[in-house]
Structures are given as structure tokens and as C-alpha cells.
Design a protein around this ligand. Structure first.
Ligand code: AMP
Ligand code: ZN
Length: 112
């Protein structure tokens, strides 16, 4: 059994509100949402952060998957943001690559 929280969500060992799944990616609602739409999209493959990602097809696929989930959530026209926190200064707390999909309200720029 993996000790990685997001691997365990991807394999349905730990419950989450999953909104989309493919063979390669899973999207679920963030447990502590920062916007009306706050979804995390992850590859099923365990990679600690973008710094370790060597499969750039996976990285591109993740972006396309998030785009599709944004459309499914109905925020494609109003606008949405994709955030990938990487390491300490960015505030990464879970070391399995994940993209935050944020939308449903006007988002500040620049982020904090
Ligand atoms: P980051 O700070 O970029 O590593 O983001 C990790 C995110 O995972 C945070 O927004 C947390 O709220 C979220 N999170 C932590 N545990 C869970 C969980 N069990 N289910 C859903 N989201 C979670
Ligand atoms: Zn993992």
C-alpha cells in the first residue's frame, strides 16, 4: 500500500469527491477550497513534483485534462486558473504532482 495521500485517493483507498477520471488522471475537490471551484488534478503515476517530471506527455496531458474539467465545471467562459505549487517557497504540502483548478470568482493577481 502506498503511503502517498494522493496515490491512495487515485486508487480509491481514501475517499474524495472525484469529479473526473481517465486512465492517466484523476480530478477531485480540494478538501479546503479557496474558490467556489477548487479541484485538484493528479496523474495516477507518482511523481513528487514538476521538478522530478520526466514524462512531458504526462505534463501536457494533465494540462489538457484540467482544461476539460474546467469546461465540465462550467468555468471555461468565466475564467479559471491552473496552479502547480512546487517545493517550499510555493507552499507545496503534498509531494505528488497536482494541479489546482481555481474558478467561480474573480481571482487576484499577482497571487500572494
Ligand atoms: P499544495 O499546497 O499545492 O501541496 O496543495 C495541497 C492541497 O491538497 C491543499 O489545497 C489541501 O487542501 C489539499 N488536500 C489535502 N488533503 C486532501 C484530501 N484528503 N482531499 C482533498 N484535498 C486535500
Ligand atoms: Zn503519490
Amino acid at each position: 500500500m502506498s503511503s502517498c495521500l494522493f496515490c491512495r485517493i487515485a486508487s480509491h483507498e481514501i475517499p474524495a469527491i472525484i469529479v473526473a477520471e481517465t486512465d492517466d488522471f484523476v480530478a477531485f475537490r480540494d478538501i479546503d477550497p479557496k474558490a467556489p471551484t477548487h479541484i485538484l488534478a493528479i496523474p495516477r503515476a507518482h511523481v513528487e513534483s514538476l521538478n522530478q517530471a520526466t514524462d512531458l506527455a504526462m505534463v501536457g496531458g494533465l494540462v489538457g485534462f484540467v482544461r476539460d474539467v474546467a469546461k465540465q465545471e462550467g468555468v471555461d467562459s468565466s475564467g479559471w486558473r491552473l496552479v502547480v505549487n512546487t517545493n517550499a517557497d510555493a507552499g507545496q504540502t503534498v509531494f505528488h504532482v497536482h494541479a489546482h483548478l481555481l474558478g467561480g470568482r474573480s481571482l487576484n493577481w499577482p497571487p500572494g
